[in-house]
Design a protein around this ligand. Structure first.
Ligand code: LRH
Ligand code: MN
Ligand code: MN
Length: 424
């Protein structure tokens, strides 16, 4: 299904007065208002194809119904999200969960909804039916060269699919690691991973990047071969300019200062981009901003400051993507909330009084520095986001329109109450 524009306009019309009052209240205090609104309009976040169904846990999956049954229907769902928020203009595919067998038709379908394709993700962390060799003991780091070759070939195949879709990056996450001390020679595993990645790197088109994602544990619980940003950074440095480190917010042990990692990777030109999500315990893949929105703001504060210092364009210099999926919310509502949380953090970071902060840092005025950051963080920027959406042709309140228009019910009518999508 598609959401007609006039329905969004009608809803906006009803909310306009209320919106204007809230917007005027906040906007009056904002310097560079139009520049900030334009930055918010330009800022888009990619939707992962695997987040459109109700996610599973190891212990069960409870589908809400009306889930997309095919890649075409997943694209339709992203189209709905984008029509509502005008901030989700791309989709990231995980292969083989979503194989674009007819790339030109898929591309045309997406383009018709104003969408394009973000990074393509390879998958060597599961065995697929009819796969010759198993990844039980790893893929790119495997002790058996034949397994490594199979995993390399898969990555190269994913690049080929990506080329057909006009993607510009391959995202690699490996579950390779060990569950028990002694199982693996860690140096050997790292060297074999590097060698395998070098072969994949060779197959990258000139205008492509490979994004190397890290994660400390799960599914392996003793060691992970690309377990932290240092290991990823080492690999991406050895590989070359086209390789960078991808930061998935859930892939850090508790208490790690993610914003500091982000700032240094950015400084070195090695920040590929993000998989946004939130977590309380581990790789929980919860809705962005649901647990620790202040951390998200601090990350954006580093991004805005670091990108401005390097003359980078916020909207397009790195990859912005959600990687969240779980089993109690309607996935479309969840994604609308995640995009909103990311843009709130971005807008707040844009409000930081940078010259004053620089001066406070220079004066070692710790109290004032904190006040400056929290002045921005505690500003309710939601009406700025709404105004940017309104100017971009989206809904003042995407979630409210989604519910008023009973979109999930229509999807259930169309696809069935038992439709379960592929993915996690
Ligand atoms: C691993 C991960 C990685 C995968 C995705 C499904 O935890 O974050 O990005 O590709 O989840
Ligand atoms: Mn991820
Ligand atoms: Mn993850």
């Amino acid at each position: 299904m598609q959401l007609e524009k006039y329905k969004i306009d009608e809803a906006n019309h009803q909310q306009l007065k209320d919106h204007q009052r809230k917007f005027d209240f906040v906007a009056g205090d904002v310097k560079n208002l139009d520049t900030i609104l334009q930055k918010l309009i330009d800022f888009n976040i990619a939707i992962p194809s695997w987040a459109l169904g109700t996610g599973g846990t190891r212990f069960g999956r409870f589908s809400g119904g009306g889930e997309p049954r095919s890649l075409e229907e997943k694209i339709e769902d992203v189209g709905l999200i984008h029509a509502l928020n005008r901030s989700s203009n791309s989709i990231s595919l995980h292969i083989p969960w979503d194989i674009p067998s007819n790339a030109s038709a898929i591309k045309a379908h997406a383009a018709q909804l104003g969408l394009h394709f973000d990074a393509v993700n390879s998958n060597t962390f599961q065995d697929q039916p009819n796969q010759e060799l198993s990844y039980k003991f790893g893929s790119l780091h495997h002790v058996d060269k034949a397994v490594r070759k199979q995993a390399i070939a898969h990555n190269i195949e994913v690049i080929k699919y990506g080329v057909e879709l006009d993607s510009k990056a391959l995202s690699v996450w490996l579950s390779d690691g060990s569950n028990f001390p002694g199982q693996l020679n860690m140096r050997g595993a790292f060297e074999r991973t590097l060698e395998s990645l070098q072969e994949i790197y060779e197959a990258l088109p000139d205008d492509w990047k490979v994004w190397v994602e890290y994660k400390p544990y799960e599914p392996n619980f003793y060691s992970t071969t690309i377990g932290d940003w240092g290991q990823s950074y080492l690999l991406s440095s050895k590989l070359g300019q086209k390789a960078q480190t991808l930061v998935d917010l859930g892939h850090h042990l508790q208490g790690v200062n993610i914003e500091q990692i982000v700032s240094l990777l950015l400084m070195e030109g090695k920040l590929a981009g993000f998989h946004f999500n939130d977590s309380k315990y581990g790789d929980d893949d919860l809705t962005v901003g649901s647990i620790n929105p202040y951390q998200l703001f601090l990350i954006f504060n580093e991004l805005v400051e670091g990108m401005d210092a390097r003359g980078m364009t916020h909207a397009t210099s790195i990859g912005w993507m959600i990687d969240a999926s779980h089993n109690v919310k309607d996935p479309i509502e969840d994604l609308l909330q995640s995009v909103e949380a990311i843009k709130i953090a971005y807008a707040q970071a844009l409000l930081v009084d940078t010259p004053a902060l620089v001066q406070a840092q220079q004066d070692n005025d710790v109290v004032l520095a904190q006040e400056i950051l929290q002045q921005a963080y505690r500003t309710d920027v939601r009406s700025l986001l709404a105004e940017a959406r309104l100017r971009a042709g989206g809904a003042l309140n995407p979630l409210a329109v989604y519910r008023q228009q009973t979109i999930r019910q229509q999807l259930i009518n169309e696809r069935g109450a038992k439709a379960v999508s592929t993915g996690l």
